[in-house]
Design a protein around this ligand. Structure first.
Ligand code: AMP
Ligand code: ZN
Length: 473
């Protein structure tokens, strides 16, 4: 049995990789389509900062990437940037996010302002994913707005093949013409039909039909139909066809993408090619806070900067993600993050002080065995801790290639918040008086007291969760 487990498909004599495929609902052995592995990860709509829920999706994709690298595969990875919206509410997606972003920043709805908004948050996105350990130089980040021609061409093909029809407000995909529509995640089409009475667009032939081209009276791009915007689903399919090909190995996203977005992608792609679009569909579960899904619309979005403002390493967030399996939802608490930060610092210290030597192949086989079992990172981390006394620097560095914790860069000098009961009574009183002044919006007094607290040897930062105090120097 052991031998068959370690039967290798790859170059380096590693255990066979087994991944959970949403399409079959089962663990499957990973068998690449060709020499180069093609992976696409649904990326962000760049209308705001990404939150700790979104970031889990990209760390998950990055863990797959690092695993494939370690297994010796060549990988081409693409993460799209959705940089325009439809400027109207889209029935299958709720309110348009870019429109919300423009409103929030007091920008008029123009193409130029949409570009400015998108550029701002694309930069922030790339910065954040770098901080949690994604090597952005190895990923392609196409902007959807740069592939309008390809999207129009794809819609035209769908029209020619009889899968598309026109309504007053755009072009729609006729899902009844696509056999097995909704097969991913076994979406219940019958239940959806029941709910259809609530639908806004009464003209659609089927409730699950979705927009391919959204007409707009003022903004957008010219097309064979009219001025408007490509639908959200067509952008991913068009960019995949152009950058990766008609059939790809791995496609990922958050669990929320299974029912609509990814079923629509399958319908569009397979209607055109008649071939299986994606070999392995993989989906990451949600991050919750107080057991509610983290999201902008929920008003509970925690950003990476809230962690770093508290003196934690950005990679502590990655460490925390790795303590859960990607198929399990995880509930965020500050205590859990502080624990992850402390564990990361301890692990980095062990790494930095570990003796030199050759990588320990026996340990690494165990470690890779956990990773090969559908990216079981909690088990992989546990193995590291169980064997920590015997691991040299080279072994830890090999493990870190998959974990992505950047152990060599984590310097334990990072300052953490000083607990309230560790502060002197005087400083505690100053903090309270300052808080009271801030509540009364007496910022001059608050600033004076900050000066006194700093003279007592502390640094003070105000965060949305309250004052954050660290020791100076
Ligand atoms: P969006 O910009 O909304 O398309 O989201 C970008 C990525 O983050 C997608 O893969 C989503 O599935 C994922 N995502 C959104 N909210 C959460 C959450 N609370 N937990 C985990 N992933 C999420
Ligand atoms: Zn997508």
């Amino acid at each position: 049995m052991i031998f068959s487990l370690f039967k290798s498909k790859s170059k380096k004599g590693l255990p066979a990789l087994r991944l959970h495929n949403t399409l079959s609902g089962r663990l499957e052995e990973f068998v690449p389509l060709g020499k180069e592995i093609k992976m696409y990860n649904c990326g962000p709509t760049v209308y705001d900062y990404v939150h700790i829920g979104n970031l889990r999706s990209y760390v998950f994709a990055d863990t797959i990437r690092r695993t494939l690298d370690a297994w010796g595969y060549t990988v081409k990875q693409v993460i799209n940037i959705t940089d325009f919206g439809h400027l109207v509410s889209d029935a299958d997606e709720g309110d348009d996010k870019m429109t919300k972003g423009l409103q929030r920043e007091g920008l008029d709805p123009t193409m130029e302002n949409m570009r400015i908004l998108a550029e701002r948050y694309t930069k922030a996105f790339l910065h954040d994913i770098e901080l949690v350990g994604v090597d952005t130089a190895r990923v392609e980040f196409p902007r959807a707005s740069a592939y309008i021609e390809e999207q129009i061409a794809l819609i035209k093909t769908l029209e020619q093949k009889g899968y598309a029809y026109r309504l007053s407000d755009g072009v729609y995909f006729d899902t009844s013409r696509f056999p097995n529509y909704g097969k991913l995640g076994h979406r219940d089409i019958a239940a959806q039909k029941e709910g259809a009475r609530l639908e806004q667009n009464k003209e659609k032939r089927n409730p699950s039909d979705f927009v391919l081209w959204k007409s707009d009276s003022k903004l957008g791009w010219q097309s064979p139909w009219d001025l408007g915007f490509p639908g959200w689903h067509i952008e991913c399919t068009a960019m995949i066809f152009k950058l990766l090909g008609k059939q790809i190995d791995i496609h990922t996203g958050g669990i929320d993408h299974v029912s609509i977005h990814h079923n629509n992608e399958i319908a569009q792609a397979e209607a055109v090619t008649g071939k299986k679009f994606v070999r392995y569909w993989m989906h990451g579960e949600f991050i919750t806070v107080e057991n509610r899904r983290v999201g902008k619309s929920q008003g509970n979005a925690i950003l990476l900067s809230s962690l770093t403002d508290r003196g934690m390493f950005a990679r502590a967030l990655r460490y925390w993600y790795l303590t859960g399996h990607y198929l399990q939802p995880m509930n965020f608490t500050w205590e859990a993050l502080e624990g992850a930060n402390a564990a990361l610092v301890r692990l980095a210290k062990v790494h930095n002080e570990a003796p030199d030597g050759e990588p320990d192949e026996k340990f690494l086989q165990l470690f890779y065995g956990a990773v090969a079992n559908d990216l079981n990172t909690p088990q992989a981390l546990a193995l590291v801790w169980e064997n920590i006394k015997n691991l040299n620097k080279a072994t830890l560095a090999e493990a870190d290639k998959i974990l992505g914790l950047g152990l060599a860069q984590v310097k334990p000098a990072q300052k953490l918040q000083v607990a309230r009961d560790e502060l002197s009574e005087g400083v505690r009183a100053l903090l309270d008086t300052r808080e009271a002044a801030r509540q009364k919006k007496d910022f001059q007094k608050a600033d004076e007291i900050r000066g006194e607290i700093e003279s007592a040897g502390y640094t003070l930062k105000d965060t949305p969760e309250g004052p954050y105090i660290t020791k100076k120097g």
